[in-house]
Design a protein around this ligand. Structure first.
Ligand code: FAD
Length: 453
């Protein structure tokens, strides 16, 4: 596409992350012409930064591994984590679609397997599926290869700059001087994690935190949606992460906690129940006094490194301190020795069941920490926003009277998420990609159907 041209397509997808690529593949499979506009000069977005974990149930992988799961159990877990929120009907449709989503991805050539070495907080069974590398960039590469194989036009370095509205119907989009007319438009350009003004308005508690997501999540879908009277939902919700390594910016897996580790503040004391999950615990860190450290032991370090290559890489770059005793650990971390010793002692007694944990933690993974002890300095971060355009169960964008805006669909970070109304505690591992890929599949198929009628 060059400056000043106009083109026409059945379905136009804006954004080439996990949501957009899945939507394009689904729409083309349903028999319509599709094209994708991507702002960045190369593929990336949050999907590439993620660990690629997609929750789904029941799936062929679970059946092979003998894991019993169901749509009802999955939807129940999602609701238990998030409570009531604006997107409740999406919970069921996403849980129902998740098994078919995994089949669709595998049939498109995406390599996935079931993660059986950890579940992450909130999931009552093993249902996270990911590329063998546990890197979202591999998921994105596989989706992009499928798009290329199917000759779906993908214009890199072509940001959409606005929507074309004709008599109340969305009829395409502008990309600078280019005009692309379309029977339907799918907004797959993520949320507003990189838009400081929107963050300050909707998620003030996390607005100053380190942002670990894509710089291209600038909230374009929200701005365009508002201009045409679209409603929004769950705008104050987000995915935080409590454990970004200060040493090298690597994501420290919460499995360290799930196996029995815990987090201390600048005083060497715990300040909450870590089993709240990495996203919810980030809220506690944001309100507490850092620096923060995860304390775990060498068996946990070795066990987790064996199953999670990214953690092994972080260890190789020195993210894990190991100390022979509390005195050495306290000195290395510059924490008060007495307080740290008391915290470790308390945690061991709680893990043995000899005393109740003052924060109510009951799950201590593999039991009390042994020696030698390990530690990693961490900081809380914002990964992505979970609020967005209000959609129905066909991913159609709704106006403030809950009526679909003809021709307009949204998914992934552009749409409202299923992680609660506000804060990070409603986010369950995988909610981001479930909304991105699941709603991509739903939106692609629905937009193709709309084109035919
Ligand atoms: C470090 C990290 C780890 C994560 N790990 C996980 C995980 O394991 N599991 C999980 O479920 N979620 C995870 N998430 C969240 C998950 O990555 C996102 O929720 C998901 O990738 C969103 O997909 P998307 O397609 O909506 O957005 P993206 O993948 O960000 O794609 C959006 C695309 O739209 C483009 N774009 C933006 N504006 C425009 C415009 N105006 N015109 C054209 N293109 C535009 C962007 O450049 C981008 O390429 C993680 C996030 C981070 C940051």
């Amino acid at each position: 596409m060059s400056d000043g041209h106009s083109a026409s397509v059945d379905v136009l997808v804006i954004g080439a992350g996990g949501c957009g690529l899945t939507a394009a593949l689904a729409a083309q499979e349903a028999g319509v012409d599709v094209a994708i506009l991507e702002k960045a000069g190369s593929l990336g977005g949050n999907t590439a930064l993620s660990s690629g974990s997609i929750p789904a149930a029941p799936t062929r992988f679970q059946a092979c591994a003998g894991v019993e799961d169901s749509v009802a159990l999955f939807a129940g877990d999602l609701r238990a984590a998030a409570g009531s929120h604006d997107a409740d009907p999406l919970v069921d449709i996403l849980a129902e679609t998740s098994g078919a989503l995994i089949d669709f991805l595998v049939d498109c050539g995406v390599t996935l397997d079931l993660i059986t070495t950890y579940k992450h907080v909130g999931h009552t069974t093993c249902r996270l599926h990911a590329p063998p590398s546990r890197k979202g960039v591999d998921l994105l590469d596989d989706l992009a290869a499928a798009v290329r194989e199917r000759d779906i036009p993908l214009a890199l370095g072509h940001p959409a700059t606005g929507l074309i509205e004709v008599q109340g119907r969305i009829a395409g989009a502008l990309a600078g001087d280019d005009r692309i007319e379309a029977g339907a438009v799918i907004l797959a350009c993520n949320g507003f994690g990189a838009a400081s003004g929107l963050l300050a308005d909707y998620c003030p508690s996390v607005a100053e935190a380190t942002y670990a997501g894509s710089p291209d999540s600038t909230g374009d879908a929200i701005a365009w949606g508002r201009d045409i009277g679209a409603a929004t939902g769950n705008m104050a919700a987000y995915q935080g992460h409590a454990a970004l390594s200060v040493k090298n910016g690597a994501l420290m897996t919460w499995t360290l906690i799930e196996r029995g580790g815990f987090v201390v503040d600048r005083h060497g004391r715990r300040f909450g129940d870590e089993t709240l999950g990495y996203s919810g615990f980030a809220d506690l860190e944001l309100a507490a006094a850092g620096p923060f450290h995860i304390i775990y032991d060498a068996p946990i370090r070795d066990d987790v490194a064996a199953g999670q290559p990214q953690f092994a890489e972080a260890c190789a770059f020195g993210a894990a301190e190991t100390a022979s005793d509390i005195r050495q650990l306290a000195a290395r971390l510059d924490l008060p020795e007495d307080a740290l010793a008391a915290t470790v002692d308390d945690s061991r007694r709680a893990a043995r069941g000899n005393r109740c944990d003052r924060f109510g933690r009951t799950d201590w993974g593999h039991g009390p920490l042994g020696d030698p002890l390990c530690a990693t300095q961490i900081e809380p971060a914002l990964f992505h926003t979970q609020g967005g355009l209000k959609i129905d169960t066909s991913a159609r964008v709704l106006d403030t009277d809950d009526r679909p805006i003809p021709g307009l669909y949204a998914g992934g970070g552009a749409a409202m998420g299923i992680s609660g109304r506000s804060g990070g505690s409603g986010y369950m591992s995988g909610n981001g990609l479930l909304s991105a890929l699941g709603l991509g599949l739903i939106a692609g198929r629905a937009a193709a159907r709309e084109r035919y009628h």
